[in-house]
Design a protein. Structure first.
Length: 255
């Protein structure tokens, strides 16, 4: 006869007692058709020492060969949750960044935090859209300079475990697989009210509608790559150079 374990439950048994002690753990999720760009792998490798030094456990999941990005991300998300991630970061395979930028993204307050980066083309244009304030300028969070977003790309995106729970409660129809361990189609895309949404903007629309705010960390050095060209970017510097900004070249106020 095998060993028997007896658990005595107190009369005022708290629900949190059934959970494992929650540790800071981040899992990076990178979808790719064949292999991530080497600059992406190099950036991740250079970022890990800073992340572990800050007290985080870490892991990485790759989904290779799946042509359906929303499905690929949902499968990676399931693996990250099974690994007890408290934070999940989705990274596109053709991005690179400075070592400190990934830690900055992870530790910025909020359930959904993104970095934005350039489209692959000229002139420079950044993905996503911002919510305007009453005066028409972006809404900036005083404590850290983050900018409130209407929509964001999903290539450098932090989502907390709590955010997944909020999303699943708000959109139970987007769960599939086993009831006890479902995959969550965060990035389900398609038409809505006569507009077609890609996977990242569809997630943004749903999150803003029922779950909470999205914040962009502007001062990140995020580079978008083709096999033979890098489109270097920093959204903070880009915004400062816009008309009326501190570094607007037409005003002669560059520092």
């Amino acid at each position: 006869m095998g060993e028997t374990t007896t658990i005595v439950t107190p009369p005022t048994f708290p629900s949190h007692a059934i959970k494992d002690d929650e540790k800071k753990k981040v899992v990076f999720c990178i979808p790719t058709i064949t292999k991530p760009y080497q600059v992406c792998l190099d950036s991740l490798e250079a970022s890990i020492p800073l992340i572990t030094a800050a007290g985080w456990e870490e892991g990485t999941v790759y989904q290779i060969g799946c042509p359906y990005i929303s499905a690929a991300r949902s499968m990676m998300l399931r693996k990250a949750l099974d690994a007890k991630a408290t934070v999940i970061v989705f990274i596109d395979h053709d991005l690179s960044w400075d070592p400190g930028d990934l830690l900055k993204l992870i530790e910025t307050k909020g359930d959904v935090i993104a970095g934005t980066y350039r489209f692959k083309g000229e002139p420079a244009e950044y993905m996503g859209a911002l919510f305007p304030g009453l005066d028409g300028t972006p809404i900036v969070r005083d404590e850290d300079g983050c900018i409130k977003a209407h929509s964001i790309p999903a290539g450098f995106l932090k989502i907390t475990r709590a955010a997944v729970n909020k999303f699943l409660t708000a959109y139970p129809e987007l769960a599939y697989g086993e009831e006890c361990s479902p995959m969550v189609d965060l990035f389900n895309h398609g038409a809505y009210e006569k507009v077609w949404y890609g996977e990242d903007y569809a997630f943004s629309r749903r999150w803003n509608a029922k779950c909470g705010d999205i914040w962009i960390v502007p001062d990140l050095n995020l580079n978008h790559h083709t096999p033979d060209k890098m489109y270097a970017g920093n959204f903070h510097k880009f915004m400062l150079a816009q008309p009326g900004g501190r570094d607007d070249p037409r005003c002669g106020r560059q520092e």
